[in-house]
Design a protein around this ligand. Sequence first.
Ligand SMILES: [Zn+2]
Length: 189
Amino acid sequence: MQEEPFQSYEQERTHWLTLYLRLPAEGVAAEFPTESICENRLEAVRWPQGPICPNCKEKNFGYLEARKLYYCKKCPTHFSLTSGTLFHRRRLDLRVYFLLAEKLIEAEVKRLRPTGHQIKDEYQIAYATAFKLKANISNALKDAEGGLLGRCICIRELHLPPDLDRETTGHLNWLENELQQRQWQSLGY
Ligand SMILES: [Zn+2]
């Protein structure tokens, strides 16, 4: 059985609100318009110092362009940008993951979780795939900072007051207030 990642309602709400408020101002679709931009973003987040062999941690490797596969010259390891991540062996574009993660973060904050059927219709994928994808992405986003996927799309800086104690009611109130402000702004006040 999987351990419940949140100890309290406040902690859970703080987590999702932080991710939500850090989503791109213009939305994920506009910020990451193509598959190669999504790949570049994942590479920058996963390997900030450039690709690294997951086995021996060396940086001496070749690259098979056609298969988008790296091969280590120090040990017999092949690896790709997505191996060892939740995107490994995916059949869908990385961009679908980015878009769906944004939708699921928003749904957590607004308490409007989409059904497997809604996802199936919106992304034109099989229901079983949609259902599994939703569960996998929701789970991955529960990791600190939203995990690898969350860190790819949550790019906005949040300017929390430096003296604000983290993981307190004050922290959550600050986030709720920020959400309120943004909603007023979007309505033109
Ligand atoms: Zn290696």
